[in-house]
Design a binder for this molecule. Sequence first.
Ligand code: AMP
Ligand code: MG
Length: 326
Amino acid sequence: MSANTICTESCLSREFLALGTLNSLRLYGAQPGVAGQAEALVLGLDARLSAFRPGSEIAQINRSAGHRPVAVSEETFGLLKRAKAFSSFSGGAFDISVRPLVELWGIGHKADFVPRTWRVRRTLRLVSFHDLILDETCHTAFLRRTGQAVDLGGIAKGYAADKVRRLLTEAGVQSAMINLGGNLIALGTRPDGEPWRVGVQNPCSTRGEWLGLLALTDKTVVTSGSNERFFIKDGVRYHHILDPRTGSPARSGLLSVTVIGVSSEEADALSTAAFVLGLEQGAALIMERGAEAVFAAEDGRLYLTAGLRDIFQWNHRSGHSSGRLQ
Ligand code: AMP
Ligand code: MG
């Protein structure tokens, strides 16, 4: 499905489904056809990278786990390599091989399903990014053990957003808002020369309320939150970001992490990892990469990294109070 609408004389807006989510583009001063090219680019990436599509390169790697290496495109190889490197950098909080757990829990697919502890433990043994063997000379990917599987769900939207930005920039577009299922890139400034205003969603609100607004030029904004895909059973919130140390939805005291940076791929991986790690370690990881973040914690406080103080406008009605990062 895609829809193409003109929003003003110089603005083209387009919506389409891909990467398991709704995506939207708002382009200013773009040549006709550019939005269609961007959509085709994202659909192509979906076909190559989705673990759900039997024909995708990722599905082939997963099917061949424990049996044989699979030759993949340079693009998929590069992304897997960076995802593995990031898995290591995050100390395994982000783990590219988390898929067996994602399938076991089936958050968003299986209705209110909580697996037995022994099954979680058994599945957890399959999760280890060290077992993804990438051969530089043959460009193959291989998972050592049967049942292992990779999952790019925590990084692919960011990667795709970066690619859309490159396509738009090469096509001469200087002002655009790219939104791939909540992975945002604010390209350039608004057409009037002002910074873009990007809302950080309140994870406690069902009505799409903001925690605050960020004034941004040429930046990406990526959120990982326990309110994106979840169910509540016996008072416990089970959500889609899994802790590779426990095998269960991460319980790090956070409701959401919003990362602001330059590379959307990196911000995507960072937000997932920081959510698992929690406030202090998550903030350290994000700052080590030169990015910034807004953390919404379960204690009702909002924590900002130092670089955001002047560009984040609080919504004081959100019910959050200000916290202090150590
Ligand atoms: P995000 O919304 O970017 O934080 O990504 C969440 C998605 O990434 C999930 O739906 C899973 O497909 C995958 N995922 C969940 N937990 C992890 C993890 N610890 N490391 C890497 N990917 C994960
Ligand atoms: Mg992510």
